[in-house]
Design a protein around this ligand. Structure first.
Ligand code: ZN
Ligand code: ZN
Length: 465
């Protein structure tokens, strides 16, 4: 019999950790193992972080990680004074997409448990891994045994199985089906259990440039008639349905009218948004100037995501930040960055300052000090192409950002299209899914699913304690 347990993703946006057990097929599979930003934010902030020196203890004690026997890294358990298991309690993690609220806590999972995901998701995790400093919470691809006493100890690689379509974990058949979301490589799933078929949305939308993928996912569900459909509801209470064309038209207009510098603040993982700004750069005679981290990411995905440019493209510049000594010497940069230094298309803040009317700088809130060196001229514009502010902290950040922009006389504009489907689209997804039971996940308002799920019965998931 197939059972479903929720260790995360209930009454919260993200942190999905869903355990599917099918005894007849000898399989126990975890769907996603993401970070729950809400719980994390209740206790931690920028200057109060779980201590890496304390291993997994801080995470477990504060309920940022749920306790479950047999899933965590033996080195971390022993370091925390707990007994390590001899058998793993799960056979696999199946990852829907590379956003941290779905993937980050894989860092704590026993390395003997393999992770299954799409090729693009793996490529994204690899690019992030190679460009980030190691910490306990971002050891998805590999990890260093704790306590880390000898820095010569080599990291241990986690086993990743790159899958497409149908595959099996022991006797259990699972189908990974591409959907459209604000990161490439995102998938929904169908799990063909011994006595029931379970569907999982991951994160999705219909209104994106690849919305047809989500339609095709729903069509697969309609044919398979899942017994249970676990459906995300990030924006179940919203009707706003702005799409990428809205972003493009409005940004194009704002940029065409800008007299000086344009700053485009968007999530670098969102290749759709990157392509939107690249197209606008080309049509307005500007160059899109991207930080090295973004460049590394774009290059890692160039072969896998259609429409991404080569870094040698005429419309691309690589933004070289001032680091360490402040003299732009090679040794100021991380080893992965150094190859970009002599590509011939790097631009420092001063260089961007000299070509303000020909540049779109892909910078964000944390980069605002760069404005001191760029010296934006009158008529410059800052376009925030992301959600404005979810919570009080982000509201403060936005106010601080606006003070910086006011200081330099830069106009602020906000044009964004969400990665998540709004209520009416979710209703359409649920209605067309032919599911018998809908379980709302990845939402703070599960009760709103009642009355939106057509003929399906809505069953609220319960968090396993
Ligand atoms: Zn999510
Ligand atoms: Zn997501």
């Amino acid at each position: 019999m197939v059972t479903i347990k929720f260790l995360g993703g209930v009454n919260e946006i993200g942190g999905n950790k869903i355990l599917i057990e099918d005894k007849a097929n000898d399989a126990r599979v975890m769907l996603d193992f993401g970070m729950n930003f809400t719980r994390h934010g209740m206790f931690f902030e920028e200057f109060i972080q779980p201590r890496t020196s304390n291993g997994i203890t801080d995470y477990l004690q504060m309920g940022v990680l749920p306790w479950m026997e047999g899933i965590y890294r033996p080195d971390l358990l022993e370091f925390a004074g707990r007994k390590a298991h001899s058998d793993q309690a799960i056979d696999a993690i199946v990852l829907s997409h590379a956003h941290l609220d779905h993937a980050a806590h894989i860092s704590f999972i026993d390395g003997a448990i393999p992770v299954y995901c799409s090729q693009v998701t793996h490529a994204i995790l690899k690019a992030l891994h190679e460009t980030q400093p190691r910490s306990l919470g971002n050891e998805i691809l590999d990890y260093r045994k704790r306590p880390a006493l000898d820095y010569k100890d080599r990291p241990i690689a986690r086993k990743f199985n790159i899958v497409k379509g149908r595959f099996k974990v022991n006797g259990l058949e699972i189908e990974l089906i591409p959907v459209d979301h604000s990161i490439p490589g995102a998938c929904g799933m169908l799990i063909y259990g011994s006595d029931r078929t379970v569907a999982y949305s991951g994160d999705l939308r219909l209104h994106g440039t690849d919305g047809h993928l989500t339609q095709e996912f729903v069509e697969r569900l309609r044919i398979e008639k899942p017994d249970v459909f676990m459906c995300e509801g990030t924006r179940i209470d919203e009707t706003e349905n702005r799409n990428e064309a809205y972003v493009k038209v409005n940004c194009d207009q704002a940029i065409s009218q800008a007299k000086g510098l344009v700053i485009a603040d968007f999530a670098f993982k969102d290749t759709t948004r990157f392509k939107t700004f690249l197209e606008i750069a080309r049509s307005t005679g500007r160059k899109l100037c991207i930080p090295f981290k973004d460049a590394y990411y774009i290059r890692a995905l160039a072969e896998l995501v259609p429409g991404l440019p080569s870094l040698k493209d005429d419309s691309i510049l690589l933004y070289q930040k001032r680091r360490m000594s402040g003299t732009f010497r090679a040794s100021d940069y991380q080893s992965w960055e150094r190859e970009f230094l002599d590509k011939g298309n790097t631009a420092t803040a001063e260089a961007v300052g000299r070509m303000q009317e020909q540049a779109i700088a892909a910078l964000g809130y944390f980069d605002v000090p760069e404005l001191i060196d760029i010296k934006p001229q009158p008529g410059s514009v800052y376009i925030k192409s992301a959600s404005e502010a979810f919570n009080e902290e982000q509201q403060f950040d936005l106010e601080r950002l606006k003070r910086w922009l006011a200081h330099f006389g830069i106009r602020y504009e906000n044009y964004h299209a969400s990665g998540h489907a709004p209520g009416p689209d979710l209703a359409q997804v649920m209605n067309n899914s032919n599911a018998k039971v809908i379980m709302p996940i990845h939402t703070e308002k599960p009760e709103l699913f009642q009355g939106m799920a057509g003929n399906a019965r809505v069953e609220l998931p319960i968090l396993t304690k």
